[in-house]
Design a protein around this ligand. Structure first.
Ligand code: SAM
Length: 327
């Protein structure tokens, strides 16, 4: 079975934040939309057993693809157990996004535990720019982590290149070369107005439309990831390049197939929505946790809606930016 929301969008993915903790201090971080938890320093994290229950309930409702994020997932001491616990439900996909700092040590263990593929944040190939953006002098460790992920057989390995005006805009073709040489996929991401990204949006946001247009013209082939926001993938200069451009993009929202889970166990319907949180913790403590969690997933699915709709896209962005003025 598969659940559909009021807009006919199937629910296929769960994006799970496994921790709010992070060893980096990226200037742009949206904190997966859990900004308030960070401000309040909420540290409660779901255990591998609780995550297993949620994965079981999800699977029974047709959600068979999971992505682990954070904070930084790899600073959880039990991250390998977390991956194993979710892998026990035999997911169709089990992926992670990480800054890669601890990947060299963990890549093989994660692969053995059931992780299939990985996204590694790589905002710059220049040591000083990387440090300025992330707050950590970690580029060489991360490059080793990328190699370890490839060697361990995680596939595909994707490089998340978040483009920031005045910092790394000029590095696109260097990163395309790096992706080609390493056999990785380059994911070019537009800054989103959430968390620190909201506070710096007007200064750091780079509109990727022109860059994408150039890449499209040069590409030998284009494919679309239908159930992943209909994102285009371009085959260019021997590399695969994907663009993630959600801002004022109804097409992106119309093809959204996910729910989000915060590190302390709340379902969230959209990165940008901070008014809908459905707490799974009471259900997890009940006598039939899988059944109770399923009811809450169904409730959350009924509340899903595209954030940017064709008629009000730009208005929504203005409202988002106004949130900052009110804080
Ligand atoms: N610490 C991990 C990492 O660095 O990948 C996982 C958490 S991070 C929040 C997950 C992804 O969100 C990263 O690929 C990062 O580039 C992206 N991201 C963070 N803040 C963002 C923002 N304001 N706009 C767009 N993407 C953002």
């Amino acid at each position: 079975m598969v659940l559909f929301d009021r807009y006919g969008r199937p629910l296929l993915h769960l994006r799970i934040s496994v921790t709010n903790r992070c060893n980096y201090a990226c200037i742009y971080c949206h904190r997966e939309g859990s900004w308030n938890d960070f401000k309040l320093n909420i540290r409660r994290e779901l255990t591998p057993e609780e995550l297993h229950v949620i994965a079981m309930a999800s699977t029974e409702l047709g959600i068979r693809k999971f992505k682990l994020t954070g904070g930084e997932p790899l600073i959880r001491e039990d991250i390998v157990e977390v991956v194993s616990a979710i892998n026990e439900v035999k997911p169709l996909d089990l992926a992670m996004t990480t800054n890669g700092y601890y990947l060299k040590e963990l890549a093989y263990k994660l692969k053995d535990a059931g992780l299939r593929r990985i996204n590694i944040s790589l905002p710059s190939l220049r040591r000083s720019v990387y440090r300025e953006i992330t707050g950590v002098d970690g580029l060489s460790r991360v490059l080793e982590g990328i190699k370890a992920a490839i060697d361990a057989g995680l596939s595909p390995v994707k490089l998340n290149y978040l483009v920031l005006k005045g910092y790394n805009e000029g590095e696109f073709w260097d990163l395309v070369n790096f992706a080609r040489e390493t056999g990785t996929i380059l994911q070019v991401i537009e800054l989103q107005p959430e968390g620190l990204g909201l506070q710096l949006f007007n200064t750091l946001h780079s509109d990727l439309a022109n860059l994408e247009k150039k890449v499209k013209e040069k590409a030998s082939k284009v494919t679309y990831r239908k159930h992943m926001h209909n994102r285009p993938q371009y085959y260019v200069d021997g590399a695969i390049v994907e663009f993630v451009r959600p801002i004022c993009n109804p097409e992106f929202c119309m093809h959204c197939t996910r729910l989000r889970l915060t590190a302390d166990g709340k379902l969230k319907t959209c990165l940008f929505r901070n008014d809908i949180y459905i707490d799974l913790k009471p259900a997890l403590k009940s006598t039939s946790p899988v059944e109770e969690v399923k009811k809450l997933i169904i409730k959350a699915n009924d509340l899903r809606e595209p954030y940017f709709k064709p008629t009000d896209s730009h208005l929504k962005l203005k409202m988002k930016l106004n949130e900052l003025a009110r804080e």
